[in-house]
Design a protein around this ligand. Sequence first.
Ligand SMILES: Nc1nc2c(ncn2[C@@H]2O[C@H](COP(=O)(O)OP(=O)(O)OP(=O)(O)O)[C@@H](O)[C@H]2O)c(=O)[nH]1
Ligand SMILES: [Mg+2]
Length: 281
Amino acid sequence: MTSLAVRTFAVDDFDLDALLAARRGQAISVCIPARNEGSTVGHVVRTIMRELVERVPLVDEVLVIDDGSTDDTALRAREAGAVVLGANDILPECGPGTGKGEALWKSLAACDGDLIVWCDGDIRDFEAGFVTGLLGPLLLHDSIDFVKGFYDRPIEGSADQGGRVTELVARPLVALFFPHLASYVQPLAGEYAGRRSLLEQVPFEQGYGVDLGLLIDLAAEAGLDAMAQVDLGKRVHRNRPLDELSPQALAILRSVLARTDVPLPLWPSVLVRPGAPPRHG
Ligand SMILES: Nc1nc2c(ncn2[C@@H]2O[C@H](COP(=O)(O)OP(=O)(O)OP(=O)(O)O)[C@@H](O)[C@H]2O)c(=O)[nH]1
Ligand SMILES: [Mg+2]
């Protein structure tokens, strides 16, 4: 019987030796979408390389998808040991796309993993536990096909459950249309992992709608019993100004509404904010 709360684990539930023993020849890839993350991506890649590639043989490849960066993201990621590709270098016959979702979809095509872990490139306090925590449920529970991370996001020292777009857009939308997913603590988290066999069955949104769109589609495809989440502890990352959050919120609204019976306009939306240039969404 399907219960309404998704299975929940914690990073400390998983012992590294147990994970290594449970690999049984499965290839594991970590993919990191990054645009202008030169100040953080090196630390993220180096931590994975040192702890999970060199010290123990858990991760087979670390791939950074860098497109559109105007800073030294590619250099920093490469120096730290990642393979760096641009989204446009992968499946060029499919034409150019845009945004985070495009980078994730292309990374699935470019990597060799049977299990794929995605992590954002803007995490300041990244630890190897982000990767082992996400892999744990997949390696130790055959019935689980997808795992999403959650964490506390402290803002200026005080504990905060989610980001602004999570609290004001994602959670209300989930409550309205997809209440079976309401137990996901961080529905917009960019840290998640899944089996290729499932991930290849669903579409990937191009922009910021990808994280929640995937969650909805994977749950529909695999059933909630195949879905899990894991407490990764605390996560400190960049906090964007409001004028960057509005287009993100629009992309998420569009992505979720496209998965309901609510009719959406066929034309692209233009987001107008006083004092700022119009943004096309
Ligand atoms: N390759 C690539 N990466 C992207 C693109 N857009 C976003 N990213 C990366 O995707 C990850 C998540 O993007 P963020 O902008 O941090 O989104 P978020 O975490 O939902 O938003 P914040 O809460 O403001 O951090 C980061 O590592 C970004 O650098 C893109 O167009 N191409
Ligand atoms: Mg972020």
